[in-house]
Ligand binder design. Structure first.
Ligand code: PEP
Length: 252
């Protein structure tokens, strides 16, 4: 089946108000309708919380989807420093990342928290981009598929709408290192993820879910990775901080 590609930029803790707006305008200019490649690609940007409002205004009317890099699962209340889903919806956010490796391994978020966030995002009808991926020592110990399988356990046990779930496979050793997974390494894990989704949610559901690759994807390696049958897009860090390199990946 043909899945609509989804390429999302993860700006992490980069940009300032002016550069975030300029970057957003640069991306929006080249994604006027959201129908890059004849409707083949969804394009999104996951923006630092404090600039979501400004970026939302900058991309208004374009085909670029507004995203957030994290969220808290509770609806409201005494959670100092946290941001709710309703707050993001208020600003026009359509997709939210959960479980990015920096949140897992730098900030220290644990599976039970990630599961609550994933459920809350899906319950709210937003698109969940659930990030999974192994560390280098786990790959070296042949534990990649076990690690990814356990991270997929953070998803709800039943799911109905495949269009609201995106999995981002991001080997931790490839994120921000300049060292990407080979096309074959990516395809192996993506096919495994689709198989796991099929076992859990049924084949039709699994066939419809987009699985992004993330980890030093750039214009030079994007075409090869994106040509793999189970690679349906990319989650892009460093190369998303320049409109030209991000859009070169979208074109690939
Ligand atoms: C990411 O932040 O999800 C990522 C893949 O980063 P980079 O492209 O810089 O490796």
């Amino acid at each position: 089946m043909t899945r609509k590609r989804f390429v999302a930029g993860n700006w992490k803790m980069n940009t300032n108000r002016a550069s975030a707006v300029a970057l957003a305008e640069g991306v929006a200019k080249l994604v006027p309708s959201g129908d890059v490649g004849g409707g083949a690609v969804d394009v999104g940007v996951a923006v630092p919380f404090v600039y979501i409002d400004a970026v939302g205004r900058a991309i208004a009317g374009s085909g670029v989807m507004l995203g957030a890099q994290d969220v808290y699962f509770e609806k409201d209340g005494a959670f100092t420093g946290e941001i709710s889903i309703a707050m993001l919806v208020d600003l026009g956010v359509k997709f939210v990342l959960v479980g990015h490796s920096e949140r897992r391994h730098v900030i220290g978020e644990k599976p039970d928290l990630l599961a609550k966030k994933a459920k809350a995002i899906l319950d709210a009808g937003l698109i969940l981009v659930h990030c999974v991926g192994e560390k280098l020592d786990e790959r070296d110990a042949n534990k990649t598929l076990d690690v990814v399988k356990a991270q997929l356990d953070e998803l709800p046990a039943t799911l109905a709408d495949a269009s609201k779930l995106v999995i981002a496979y991001e080997p931790v050793w490839a994120i921000g290192t300049g060292r990407n997974a080979t096309d074959a390494q990516a395809q192996e894990v993506h096919a495994f993820i689709r198989g796991e989704l099929s076992r859990r949610y049924g084949q039709a559901f699994a066939e419809a879910v987009r699985i992004q690759y993330g980890g030093s994807m750039k214009p030079e390696n994007a075409a090869g990775l994106l040509a793999q049958p189970d690679v349906d897009g990319g989650l892009i860090g460093g190369a998303a901080l320049k409109a030209e390199s991000f859009l070169a990946i979208v074109r690939a």
